[in-house]
Design a protein around this ligand. Structure first.
Ligand SMILES: Nc1ncnc2c1ncn2[C@@H]1O[C@H](COP(=O)(O)OP(=O)(O)OP(=O)(O)O)[C@@H](O)[C@H]1O
Length: 253
């Protein structure tokens, strides 16, 4: 935890997939440099929709995203995507591309030179044990290996923010450790992590702060003590119990 100026300040007034049918309303939170923030909530709460909004992929969006560290009060949705690397839960792969071609495509889209690509990718491919598979087709990899392709692509970009969707599902324990270590190295240079997960005990151990989303709004946010206070729970209450109290009681759903 730190009291630095936020890396990013998100304020979503209304957003969703169809006009006149907002999924998100009044969602506001910030992320500080080097921080790990857990974006948590029950199925259908709106977590993926928030992530899509941050990636500039929502058709309807009324809100602002500021990057105070850069002195920018509001950034257009489209521009944000160049500062954010998204690690999806379901790998997004092209059937006809080899692993190396996936990396070349990501580099080309992000303005990374061929020399930078070679320099950055070598340790990443070793780290995620894909160096011998660089000319193979990821479409034929195991699910875990496919997820590692997504990790290599994300780390290649050296973004300011990593959006990580369900990092604890699909990867084996060694790969989860590698991912967390790699994220820690990135955090040391100031990158932040916004992760969603339903594995609340892992979230409780890993995250500095939390944003608890419920029915398209924010039910509580802050450190674990802040979440406990919002839930009316005593010291020592696990995040899981706070989550249950905040998402099932007195919410009308
Ligand atoms: N492409 C879409 N078009 C219209 N509505 C959508 C679309 N995707 C999601 N929704 C709706 O948006 C709401 C929030 O869904 P979202 O996927 O953001 O939830 P989530 O919190 O990520 O859930 P989960 O934990 O199940 O992944 C749901 O009511 C869902 O039906």
């Amino acid at each position: 935890m730190n009291e630095q100026r936020p890396l990013m300040e998100v304020e979503i007034r209304e957003a969703g997939y169809e006009s006149g049918k907002p999924i998100l309303r009044d969602v506001a939170f910030d992320i500080r440099p080097g921080e790990r923030v857990g974006l948590l909530g029950p199925n259908g709460a709106g977590k993926s929709t928030i992530m899509k909004g941050l990636l500039g992929q929502l058709p309807h969006w009324r809100g602002t995203v500021a990057w105070p560290g850069r002195g920018e009060a509001g950034v257009r949705q489209r521009e944000m995507s160049s500062r954010i690397a998204y690690i999806p839960e379901q790998p997004i792969l092209y059937e006809r591309f080899t692993l190396w071609e996936h990396l070349q495509l990501a580099a080309a889209v992000s303005g990374i030179s061929e020399a930078q690509l070679r320099e950055r990718s070598a340790p990443l491919l070793r780290r995620f044990r894909l160096d011998r598979a660089r000319h193979d087709y990821p479409i034929r990899f195991s699910k875990g290996m496919q997820q590692k392709v997504m990790l290599v692509v994300a780390f290649l970009l050296e973004p300011e923010l990593f959006l990580v969707d369900e990092p604890f599902i699909g990867l084996d324990p060694a790969a989860v450790m590698e991912l967390l270590e790699a994220l820690d190295e990135e955090r040391r240079r100031g990158a932040a992590v916004l992760l969603t997960t339903h594995v609340l005990d892992s979230a409780e151990r890993l995250c500095d702060r939390f944003v608890l989303v419920h029915a398209g709004g924010v039910a509580a946010k802050g450190t674990l003590p802040d979440i406990r206070a919002a839930a009316g729970s005593p010291d020592g209450t696990p995040l899981f119990d706070c989550f249950r109290a905040l998402t099932t009681e007195g919410t009308g759903s």
